[in-house]
Every structure is written in C-alpha cells, then in structure tokens.
Design a protein around this ligand. Structure first.
Ligand code: SF4
Ligand code: SF4
Length: 186
C-alpha cells in the first residue's frame, strides 16, 4: 500500500482552519503547549505518518522523536509502535508539516460497527474555547477533516488505532458530540 500518497492526500484535505482567522489567539495556542505543569508534553503520530511525511524533513531535523512500543505504552499489540514528537517553541511550527493530530483537533476520529464518525470528547486537556461555539466553525473544516480520516483509515494500522481509541472512549462514556457522515456530507 502506498502510505505516502494516502498521507499526502490527507494532509492536503486537512490543511484547513477551524474558524476564520487564527483561533490560537483566543487561547494562547493552548493545544500547542509543550508543558503540562512540570511534565513535558508531546504529540502522537499515526502509524506510518513519520515514515511517510516527516522523516528527513525540516520538522524532524529540529524536533525530538521517540518510538513508543506497545510493551511500554497503551498501544495495541497489533500496531507495535508509534512515534511521539516534541514541539519546541524555539523552532516555531512547521505548519505545512504539522501532524494529523494537530489538524484534526478538536475532533477525534471514532468508529462504531465499521462506520466512521467525528467526535468531540468530554474530557478535554486543552479546554478549547471553541468547543461550545460550534456555530462559528467552518463547514469546510468539518467536511475536509472527515474526508481526510476517510482516506487515513484505508491504512490498516491507522484503522486499528482508531478502533482501539474508539472502544476506550465508548466504554468510558467519553463522547460529548458525535457527527456521522450524513451529518457532515449533506
Ligand atoms: S485550543 Fe482550540 S481555539 Fe485554541 S488553538 Fe487549539 S483549536 Fe484553536
Ligand atoms: S506541530 Fe505546530 S500545530 Fe502542532 S502542536 Fe506543534 S506547534 Fe502546535
């Protein structure tokens, strides 16, 4: 499977703003912050994202990249490992290369009975001020993020990861808003 083509298509689809203007000005870029108290924070990449888009790029040259395995972290065994990266304020954001996690937030992909949804979780570490103002969100953002995930779940390990997270979310009743394909692609 040509993972790189799928990621390139998803990056292009998901290169879209949540609202008109820079929403980071509303919250001092809270979802980009690099520390949670004393603890240094990073971002998980999706399976094959590093190899397809970020390895040997200006992004990875400047940032610390770790490999987290399923033996040490809460990652499904059939995925094996995923990459975890740390943004550093001093290098700024390589916005055209920002990872899927940054593009999709505050939506998460969610799967139930083989169907893909976009959801907003109840537990939010970022307290995004726009979550209760969905009327301000651009329809294009919602549509393109959904279409991007539709591409990405063609990759088996991405799909397994989404299904794994979805089950945990479903079991812990951690869904605040859930949009189906028919809600989004009207
Ligand atoms: S927390 Fe919300 S408002 Fe703030 S930068 Fe992230 S998406 Fe934008
Ligand atoms: S890659 Fe850019 S958008 Fe993503 S967390 Fe880092 S600074 Fe923020």
């Amino acid at each position: 499977m040509d993972y790189k083509s799928i990621y390139e298509k998803a990056y292009e689809l998901m290169d879209v703003q949540l609202i008109d203007g820079d929403c980071g000005k509303l919250c001092n870029h809270h979802c980009c912050r690099t520390y949670d108290g004393e603890e240094k924070m990073g971002i998980y990449l999706m399976p094959y994202e590093y190899e397809s888009m970020l390895r040997n790029s200006e992004f990875s040259e400047n940032l610390k990249v770790e490999r987290h395995t399923s033996f040490e972290y809460d990652i499904p065994h059939n995925i094996g490992y995923v990459h975890y990266i740390y943004c550093e304020d001093e290098f700024g954001c390589f916005r055209h290369l920002r990872p899927i996690q940054c593009r999709t937030y505050p939506f998460e992909p969610h799967m139930e009975k083989g169907k893909l949804y976009l959801i907003i979780e109840k537990d939010q570490i970022h307290n995004c001020p726009l979550i209760d103002k969905m009327d301000q969100w651009r329809e294009e953002f919602i549509r393109r993020i959904y279409l991007g995930w539709k591409e990405l779940i063609k990759i088996k390990k991405v799909r397994l990861m989404v299904e794994f997270d979805s089950k945990q979310r479903y079991d812990s009743n951690n869904i605040k808003i859930k949009l189906s394909e028919s809600d989004i692609l009207i």
